[in-house]
Design a binder for this molecule. Sequence first.
Ligand SMILES: C[S@@+](CC[C@H](N)C(=O)[O-])C[C@H]1O[C@@H](n2cnc3c(N)ncnc32)[C@H](O)[C@@H]1O
Length: 234
Amino acid sequence: MWRASVLTIFPDVFPGPLGASLAGKALTAGAWSLDVVDIRTFATDRHRTVDDTPAGGGPGMVMKPDVLGRALDAVAAEARPRLLLSPRGTPLTQARIEALTTQPGVVLVCGRFEGVDERVIAARGLEEVSLGDYVLSGGEIAAMALLDACVRLLPGVMGRAASGEEESFSQGLLEYPHYTRPQVWEGRPIPEVLLSGDHGKIAAWRHAEAERLTRERRPDLWARHVKPLPNRER
Ligand SMILES: C[S@@+](CC[C@H](N)C(=O)[O-])C[C@H]1O[C@@H](n2cnc3c(N)ncnc32)[C@H](O)[C@@H]1O
């Protein structure tokens, strides 16, 4: 079973959306497990303090290394990678998500306030990963996004394995456009080729559309698709 442990000061927000739909069913069915650790229970003072003022001054608060260190030490990581959700981290990609699903699971640390004391990141070997170039108020939503993306790829979770293989990013391209009935909606018809029943033509049209969309919307992905990076630079 793929095991996720999440360290947070807001344990009640989990499983949240991960308890619904595919991820929720997979959780109930035992395809993955979720263990939520309340960092606050590792504080030793009466007020259960998890943060303190930044050394050197400045706004906000910083998560204390001693409390977070104890919380991390209480979670048996075994062979699981320990990741800190952080806007400073390496942006997550579908390739990284796929790689994480081949591990026994993940240990995720959700930051809050201005962030986490640098020493605990170094001492516990936390790898920083980011959801994108914008700042969230905390790591919880980012952790949920990472887990959702992983869980849907676990064996048996998605209805048809093919729906994962053809998705955006899995072949280095964005996905082609989708249509469903009615055949004409507000004067807009479904492209004729999709109604032709010719699977070869349909596949070729979809591939061409995926290429067009990627070229137009994501020149960065397109450049990599046309000229893939060597493995070590991905
Ligand atoms: C308000 S943010 C801290 C931002 C930090 N002071 C900075 O400027 O980089 C609080 C926490 O939210 C989480 N977070 C914010 N943006 C994120 C992102 N883009 N990806 C992943 N986690 C993020 C991190 O855990 C972070 O420690």
